[in-house]
Design a protein around this ligand. Structure first.
Ligand SMILES: Nc1ncnc2c1ncn2[C@@H]1O[C@H](COP(=O)(O)OP(=O)(O)OP(=O)(O)O)[C@@H](O)[C@H]1O
Length: 321
């Protein structure tokens, strides 16, 4: 059963006559890792601030854990952990002390705070650095400490704004694995804002593509590909010994094939609305033509993202839902 945990209904933020967030409706379910993906200025941070009750909507509503963020921001704050892109720590204090300080701000008693801080430092791989001053932590270590920091109050939802910014590839991999692990082991819902396509693709169950304050599409990567590339969802690349017109005609007759493009004397690209790989292979073999290579092209988030951003308005109009 899916239960909504973040609910945006026609959420809008207008600065002067410009929409930062434009009538945004979106539901994120409990236990999901949702990626809010968009370029600079798309409205991701403004949306997050409204979810946290730190910015007042011009219109529409936002609920987190069933609570209206605008009218009850403190209740939302208790249940939501927010990691901004650059969380400040007290550099003269150790990682452990910083966590205890956050715990005290959240009204957690000292004994519980110490237990949780140790447990979390272990979880994020910082136990060895627990007594090191946070000012001496690397960027990756600070982000891991940031995760421990948002988790100390046992939130139901964590919101991470560009969590991997400035971290080296190995650190990114570790941080993303950690987020995925926390999501699975603790059942925490994660909202991750990013413009790193590949990273989002690795961890998110669902992604929303956000441009100029509007959500252009949401879904898992396969669903997004289907919405965007519905005419030619499947592309099969073929290399064969003898490509002639009769063979192309045969391939064109296969149900599900939209068109066949001859790339060179031995190469074809076949566009279809269903997975026609097996039928194409059979047809070539039946025609007694040597099949050298056949491969289905998979659309990744990269293609999806660029296709949206190359012509956002055009793509939005052509999107089939
Ligand atoms: N306080 C403000 N006053 C006026 N305009 C603002 C304010 N905050 C944000 N904006 C505008 O709202 C739009 C959305 O900004 P926002 O910071 O939400 O985007 P973003 O997707 O988070 O971008 P980034 O990835 O760069 O953080 C931008 O055009 C920005 O200039």
């Amino acid at each position: 059963m899916t239960a909504p945990i973040i609910e945006l209904d026609q959420l809008t933020k207008k600065y002067d006559d410009q929409y930062a967030v434009d009538h945004l409706s979106l539901t994120i379910n409990k236990g999901e890792i949702f990626g809010l993906l968009g370029p600079n200025g798309a409205g991701k941070s403004t949306t997050i601030l409204m979810m946290l009750g730190l910015s007042e909507p011009s219109a529409g509503s936002v609920k987190v854990c069933g609570i209206n963020s605008t009218s009850q921001p403190l209740d939302v704050k208790q249940r939501v952990g927010y990691l901004p892109d650059d969380l400040g720590f007290y550099d003269h204090m150790t990682g452990f002390e910083n966590l205890l300080y956050t715990a005290s701000l959240n009204g957690i008693d000292r004994k519980t705070a110490e237990e949780r801080a140790f447990h979390l430092l272990e979880k994020v791989g910082l136990l060895d650095a627990a007594n090191k001053k946070s000012g001496k932590y690397s960027r990756g270590m600070r982000q891991r400490l940031g995760l421990a920091d948002v988790l100390i109050k046992k939130p139901e939802v964590i919101i991470l704004d560009e969590p991997t910014l400035g971290i080296d590839p190995e650190g990114v991999r570790e941080l993303l694995q950690l987020i995925k692990h926390l999501n699975k082991s603790e059942g925490i819902t994660v909202l991750l804002s990013s413009h790193h396509l590949h990273q989002v693709q690795q961890v998110c169950d669902r992604v929303g593509i956000f441009v100029k304050g509007k959500l252009l599409a949401d879904g898992n990567v396969e669903e997004l590909a289907r919405k965007l590339f519905f005419e030619d969802l499947f592309v099969i690349d073929v290399k064969a010994d003898l490509i002639n017109q009769p063979l192309i005609d045969h391939i064109n007759e296969i149900s599900g094939v939209n068109r066949v493009e001859q790339i060179s004397a031995m190469e074809l690209a076949i566009y279809g609305e269903s997975d026609i790989t097996a039928e194409v292979a059979k047809t070539i073999i039946h025609a007694n033509v040597g099949l050298r290579y056949i491969q289905k092209r998979i659309y990744g988030l990269d293609e999806i993202y660029h296709r949206y951003f190359e012509g956002a308005d055009h793509s939005a109009k052509n999107t089939r839902t």
